[in-house]
Design a protein. Structure first.
Length: 274
């Protein structure tokens, strides 16, 4: 009976979790005026007009333009995070230098700093540099190792690597850069892929950053394109917005499914399991 109770509870929890997903899929095949306030989960007469309108673009801008902009930011963020955060993690994990513990504590403390506190000074700085309405404010921090979460994740993984590898490499005449590139990075593949997955998903779904720094619609990302369905002609096109949300989910889902086994392996071996 106890086992039956656990299974019933698990199925009930699964139904609650999957209900929004099924609702969104069903709503994407409904007319816009039948989405809000409707208790019907799946449409009796499904339509494809919502997806057909997407193929025509939004506000005379091709749909591919929004995906291209999001892809630039997401891929650029992944490259920046893997490059800068792995370098910072290597320094904290494998290099002894004065003030290392203090700098590490300051870096961890930045995780406690709310993002809202930094919005105004960052915006003023980028405005003075004339970088507003460009992708630079959204990508620059990724190349400066400002994401303490990824630095910590990679550092915990690197700490678990045997120190004998470094000593053997130094006997062969390798410096820190050679050890980092040829020895440490290849062994950190699970942690690097885990960081890439999180960075891609967070950048792809980011709304506040593009909303602050991008002003023209031709530079909008997918997340901002969803907002256009409400602002457009002061009429809310819920059908198009729901269909767009499903289409926008596809790249993230494919990216996750392709590397999910590395995500589990990276989390399990980088000190996050407790």
């Amino acid at each position: 009976m106890r086992s039956l109770g656990w299974h019933v509870g698990a199925l009930a929890l699964l139904a609650v979790i999957l209900y929004p997903v099924v609702w969104v899929i069903g709503a994407s095949f409904k007319p816009g005026d039948k989405i809000v306030g409707s208790l019907q989960l799946l449409p009796t007469d499904p339509i494809t007009d919502n997806y057909r309108r997407l193929s025509e673009g939004i506000a005379d801008i091709p749909l591919t333009s929004f995906f291209y902009n999001s892809l630039i930011i997401a891929v650029g963020s992944v490259v920046g995070v893997l490059f800068s955060c792995s370098l910072a993690a290597y320094a904290f994990a494998r290099v002894r230098f004065a003030g290392r513990n203090l700098l590490f504590s300051v870096m961890i403390a930045t995780l406690l700093l709310p993002f809202q506190v930094l919005i105004i000074p960052q915006y003023v700085l980028f405005q003075k540099l004339d970088w507003i309405n460009t992708f630079v404010p959204l990508l620059l921090g990724k190349y400066l190792a400002v994401d303490a979460f990824f630095v910590f994740l990679l550092m915990q993984f690197m700490r678990n690597l045997p120190k004998e590898l470094d000593e053997a490499a130094r006997i062969d005449g390798c410096g820190h850069l050679r050890i980092y590139w040829n020895i440490v990075l290849p062994l950190c593949r699970p942690a690097l892929i885990t960081s890439a997955i999180f960075s891609f998903i967070w950048s792809w779904n980011d709304f506040i950053g593009p909303l602050l720094y991008l002003n023209t619609q031709d530079k909008y990302t997918v997340s901002l394109a969803l907002k256009m369905f409400i602002d457009q002609d002061t009429v809310a096109d819920y059908g198009g917005m729901v269909a767009m949300s499903l289409v926008a989910l596809a790249p993230v889902l494919l990216f996750f499914l392709a590397f999910q086994r590395y995500l589990v392996e990276g989390a399990a071996t980088s000190g996050l399991k407790g």
